[in-house]
Design a protein around this ligand. Structure first.
Ligand code: AMP
Ligand code: GLY
Length: 426
């Protein structure tokens, strides 16, 4: 069988790597892919991004299943295009992807279906937004409506910061947000305290199977300092998600979401990612929904998945996820992201990367922003590599990942030295 993965990041490398391990899979195409998927003999890069051109390619190559990695093609309706043409694809429709592509849609949906989340208001008028913030005081959270590559959220610890964020989002569009219909809009919400976790499930529209839990490190520097990024490292499982918290999340957040989307006429198919804030009493609230797998959470999650992902996704696209039970490696997996000079604001491209070690049974370097320039592997994006390892404890997985990372070199490389610190302190 031939498969297609859409995307070019570390998440897509990990998905393609895992799918290629199925004995039923002959080859996996990755569109457009990266330097890592280019050199893996089981994977083939395809330089196509237009959804209709991708559908033509799938028909020509007789590809049986397509999996979508990032949010942009989902929000653009790639699943709708494939389905209209009778092609098998795993991901949400454009309507269902609004859970991620519009914060205002997601908040109104959660309110309507009584899904726990922070209190909020939506604004298009800057003067009203400023007045609301003055009334509620800091800390307070300002979120742009629309996709913003992870940059559309400001957690304002002071009032001036909150006012500045409103001006950025409603007046200047300094963050380059892709506005939804009706133009610039912000959601202003209550600041939540607690510990974050990533809770990702597979849905076929009706049935749900949860993946192993994980935790991401969003800030650039050690000790959770510096600007927010797409994620500087992740590990799985997340100890904060105890069996009790897990049950609450399924009962109070995931199932009401799946049932609510079906009731609202946009059944959710695909990976659903609930970003959680878990308070000190173990009560989870939804910080955000993503309509896809997390990056870099996927890299450690795929390292731990023992089941055949191809079989699982065939069930997911047949509507028979109720027949699936996932098997996991009991070990911890931990991934450390190496990012380019200048990330996240202005990542430099073209730095030569050396010393990437070969894959081992317990450690894999997944590529993200890399490409081939002649014989050289060079940086080509913000997050460059995710060095991922398995170990019997968080500490051991951490040691193994950093040991692998030591030999890898490129100018200006940035990485955190404390990935997994919350789980180690527990
Ligand atoms: P989002 O894109 O909505 O996930 O927001 C990015 C990050 O901002 C989250 O991972 C949290 O760390 C933080 N954040 C978002 N909303 C809140 C909130 N209501 N309270 C506290 N932190 C938040
Ligand atoms: N790592 C966070 C995300 O994928 O949204």
């Amino acid at each position: 069988m031939k498969l297609l993965v859409i995307g070019s990041g570390g998440r897509e490398h990990a998905l393609a790597w895992k799918l290629a391990q199925s004995p039923k899979v002959q080859s996996v195409f990755v569109a457009p892919g990266n330097g890592g998927t280019a050199v893996d003999p089981r994977l083939n890069n395809v330089p196509i991004s237009d959804p209709r051109a991708l559908a033509d390619f799938v028909r020509k190559e007789k590809i049986v299943l397509t999996v979508v990695g990032p949010e942009a093609p989902l929000a653009g309706g790639v699943v709708d295009v494939f389905r209209e043409q009778g092609l098998r694809i795993f991901g949400p429709t454009k309507a269902a992807a609004q859970l991620e592509s519009s914060k205002a849609f997601a908040k109104a949906f959660m309110k309507r279906h009584k899904i726990p989340t922070a209190d909020y208001e939506t604004f298009t008028d800057a003067a009203k937004a400023h007045a609301y913030v003055d009334e509620h005081d800091a800390p307070i959270v300002i979120k742009a409506d629309g996709l913003a590559a992870g940059k559309g959220v400001v957690v304002a610890m002071s009032l001036p910061q909150a006012h500045e964020a409103i001006d950025w989002m409603l007046t200047d569009n300094k963050l380059g947000v892709q506005h939804n219909e009706g133009g610039a809009r912000v959601v202003i919400e209550q600041f939540l305290e607690g510990e974050e976790a990533s809770f990702i499930v597979l849905c076929d529209g009706k049935h749900v199977v949860s993946l192993a839990t994980s935790q991401d490190h969003k800030r650039l520097r050690d000790d959770d300092e510096g600007p927010n990024t797409g994620g500087m490292g992740a590990y799985s499982p997340a100890p904060v998600v105890t069996p009790n918290v897990h049950a609450k999340v399924m009962h109070e957040i995931i199932m009401p979401t799946i049932q609510g989307m079906a009731k609202d006429g946009a059944p959710f198919t695909g990976f659903l990612y609930a970003g959680l804030m878990i308070d000190s009493n173990g009560n989870p609230r939804t910080v955000e929904f993503n309509c896809r797998l997390g990056d870099p959470e996927t890299q450690p999650i795929m390292m731990r998945l023992k089941s055949d992902l191809f079989d699982v996704l065939m069930h997911a696209t047949d509507g028979t996820l109720d027949q699936v039970e996932l098997k996991w490696d009991r070990r911890v997996a931990l991934g450390v992201v190496m990012a380019a000079h200048g990330y996240p604001l202005d990542p430099r491209k073209g730095d030569v990367i050396t010393g990437v070690p070969a894959e081992a049974a317990d450690a894999v370097v997944f590529h993200a922003g890399t490409s081939l320039a002649g014989q050289d592997l060079v940086t080509a994006g913000g997050r460059v590599l995710c060095v991922t390892a398995l170990g019997d404890s968080v500490r051991q997985a951490q040691q193994r990942a950093y040991e692998m990372l030591q030999g890898i070199r490129f100018d200006g490389a940035q990485y955190r030295r404390d990935i997994g610190h919350r789980a180690i302190k527990r």
